[in-house]
Write a protein that binds this ligand. Structure first.
Ligand code: PFF
Length: 455
């Protein structure tokens, strides 16, 4: 007999609600802001191919693992790891994995919120007609002046953090479930509009070639690490976000199927964003490798020129903010769930403290674009350092241990029960990937980047 545990924080109302929430967590700035600029910085096609391989061979198996571990444990990742380890007769120090996740989420949110703030401010820039009829130079100046102003960045960062906290306070079934239901498809539709615009530029083919024609001489160990790190980042894996969402998943919902849907939707959004952006980059003789400002320096050019651009531009940035919001709440939910479970504080208080701490750390990212732009640690600004540390190191390390735990430590009977596919080739394949392929791939990428291997 399987005991049916429920989470004290509530449960998703349906399978569809979980898919929406998990897709909401996965689809965010990672897809629309980060994927295009890191693809640009890492030479295009070959990088995209490595990223897609990482999603398929590492990301999807680990997403299945995280979800099933969450549903089995039914608590915050820290407590889930502790109780799963106990069930398996393993050392309880596995709960430190949950801790790494909480810390990683906190670090990511601190800079995520600053960038989401940029998107918020661009809603108003678009609405006030700042892009209308403007060319490359004006749009670039607008962006440079904006990030040079700490006060403006702090204002929008604060606003975004408040919005995040507001949603998190309401709990899993609050406003977000409903909002995401309508916002995700709208974002998708608007991306299609942007792809339509990209098709009308004469650099459409050039953009496609850049993204899909692999030139392996353009990548090295660091690009491979970035591609793998991004697979974790974009799918929200390796820090317990999907695990905590899995803990609110009702019994008998197929975890494998939902993971394919979430990963598929996430990948589709990223590819569409790239297809929309690179033709604009080439049509305007911009640099694909211009970094974190890429979408803010390209899309407004398109909005400024297209018919109805004011409306499309405003809508686009609104939807981007909501996509970021449905991700940011999952970055802090593991910490909030743990505070509520272990410290007997209200959700309200837990959110306030976690939110304040994140906001404060976010100032480091704000200043790295202006006052502290010359201040470098390990040759990186605060923002670059946080991004590298979390996406390229902490998430893959977390994901590696999730795979090891699900494949080697957790009782086989438990993962079979959660996946409801004991004698299935699907189960066999998942187990093979999670035991051997995913951890080995992460390990090899790390070895490669420290120079032990050389590809
Ligand atoms: N997946 C989100 C994005 O692509 O924007 C970012 C993210 C959310 C990363 C939640 C990690 C996470 F746990």
């Amino acid at each position: 007999m399987t005991e049916i545990k429920k989470s004290i924080h509530g449960e998703w109302s349906s399978r569809f609600a979980f898919i929406l929430a998990a897709t909401g967590s996965a689809v965010g700035l990672g897809n629309i802001w980060k994927f295009p600029y890191i693809t640009g910085e890492n030479g295009g096609g070959a990088f995209v191919l490595v990223y897609l391989l990482c999603v398929a061979l590492i990301g999807i198996p680990i997403m299945i693992a995280e979800t099933l571990m969450g549903r089995r444990g039914r608590q915050s990742p820290i407590n889930t790891m502790q109780s799963l380890a106990r069930d398996a007769g393993a050392d309880e120090s596995w709960h430190y994995l949950g801790w790494i996740g909480v810390i990683t989420g906190f670090l990511i949110l601190s800079y995520y919120s600053v960038i989401a703030g940029w998107a918020m401010s661009y809603v108003f820039k678009s609405l006030s007609g700042s892009f209308s009829g403007e060319g490359v130079d004006h749009i670039a100046k607008l962006f440079d002046a904006f990030i040079a102003s700490p006060m403006q960045l702090i204002f929008w960062h604060s606003l975004f953090m408040m919005a995040t906290m507001d949603v998190v306070v309401r709990g899993v079934q609050g406003g977000l479930e409903k909002a995401v239901r309508f916002l995700m498809p709208s974002l998708f539709a608007l991306l299609l509009v942007m792809v339509g615009y990209a098709m009308s530029t004469d650099a459409y083919q050039q953009g496609l070639d850049f993204m899909f024609n692999p030139d392996f001489s353009k990548i090295d160990g660091h690009s491979i690490l970035t591609a793998m790190g991004h697979a974790f980042f974009t799918l929200s894996l390796g820090m317990g976000a999907i695990m905590v969402y899995g803990s609110y998943l009702p019994k008998h919902v197929s975890i494998a199927k939902t993971s394919f849907i979430v990963a598929g939707a996430d990948t589709a959004v990223a590819l569409l964003a790239g297809i929309a952006i690179f033709p604009i980059v080439f049509a305007n003789n911009l640099e694909p490798s211009s970094g974190p400002g890429l979408i803010f320096q390209t899309l407004p050019i398109a909005f400024g020129q297209m018919t109805g651009g004011l409306i499309f531009g405003t809508l686009f940035f609104i939807l981007l903010v909501f996509a970021a919001l449905s991700s940011s709440i999952s970055l802090i939910e593991p910490a909030v769930a743990w505070l509520v479970e272990n410290h007997n504080v209200s959700r309200n208080k837990a959110c306030t403290w976690a939110g304040l701490a994140t906001w404060l750390l976010g100032l480091g990212t704000v200043f790295s674009f202006n006052l502290w732009s010359d201040f470098k640690l390990f040759d990186r600004t605060v923002f670059d350092l946080l991004d590298y540390l979390t996406a390229n190191l902490l998430l893959p390390i977390g994901g590696f241990f999730v795979a090891v735990f699900a494949g080697w430590i957790m009782l086989r009977r438990h993962s079979e029960e959660e996946l409801e596919m004991q004698y299935d080739a699907g189960y066999w394949l998942w187990r093979f990937l999670v035991r051997y392929v995913s951890p080995a791939a992460v390990f090899l990428v790390f070895l490669n980047v420290v120079g032990v291997l050389s590809v």
